[in-house]
Design a protein around this ligand. Sequence first.
Ligand SMILES: C[S@@+](CC[C@H](N)C(=O)[O-])C[C@H]1O[C@@H](n2cnc3c(N)ncnc32)[C@H](O)[C@@H]1O
Length: 291
Amino acid sequence: MFEELSRINQKPKPFEFYTTPLLWNDPYLSQQMLKFHLDESVDLASRRKAFIQESCSWIFNHFNLSSSSKICDFGCGPGLYTSRFAKLGAQVTGIDLSERSIAYAREQAKNENLPIKYLVQNYLEYVPQEQFDLITLIFCDFSVLNPSQRKTLLHIFYNSLKDDGALLLDVPSIAFFDAASEKTEYEYCPGNGFWSKDPYFVFTNKFKYQPEKLILDKYTIIEKDSSRESFNWLQCFTLPALESELHACGLRIKDVYSDVAGKQYLPTSPEIAVVAKKTPFQGNSCCVACV
Ligand SMILES: C[S@@+](CC[C@H](N)C(=O)[O-])C[C@H]1O[C@@H](n2cnc3c(N)ncnc32)[C@H](O)[C@@H]1O
């Protein structure tokens, strides 16, 4: 028992395990995640409806989008952004590895007669076939990836952007990292809980990795005859650290905000949203936030 509890509460090395695809594609869990996506009042798998609406209006105006604009939303989930972009008239592609989310998104697009192209695909394996005016990666998805996966994805973005195209993504900030506290807890669920329809115990460890500015939510789910683990990594960034990763892949930060609805950037905000471009930014400073 002591050894088992020690194993459960063990802190892995940074990004030692990658279980993200399971969370979104497991038949039971993907159902739970879709429910969260579609709950308009919470910021769980997607942000709440009011924010998404505000964000889509801002994106459309900020990027001066029109019926000739091509947008690709990486990690589009059930299409909460893609459907709004399409309703505003843009040509839209959505990529996501969750079969359940894409099936929902396709059904919605069919019902609303929206010509959105959806791909069920791991975006880390996406081979660019066309180039977009705007690429979005929304709700801190960049941060669940390890450094090598982030580099792969940035190269894919680079090759998928038109020369004057723009990338919009958001990440948790150092203020978010500092506000998080490590914790260890466990809970019993008698059935029909988030992790399983059967009864289970779940041990939750929140670990912080100080030098890496990395957070891990580790879940150990123990059912009658089996146990499994889920690792949710969250890389937090300073603006220079984010800038350096983008720069290494040929992308330069053009604008910085506190969220993907264009809120003014403040170093104390829990998120950083950036607009990056392939073309060199004209000016003496590396980006507007450093002016
Ligand atoms: C936090 S949700 C955000 C969904 C959407 N961007 C939104 O804000 O409504 C993350 C999404 O990314 C997808 N995802 C995670 N890793 C992925 C990968 N490697 N390839 C493709 N999609 C991925 C998940 O299936 C999920 O739909």
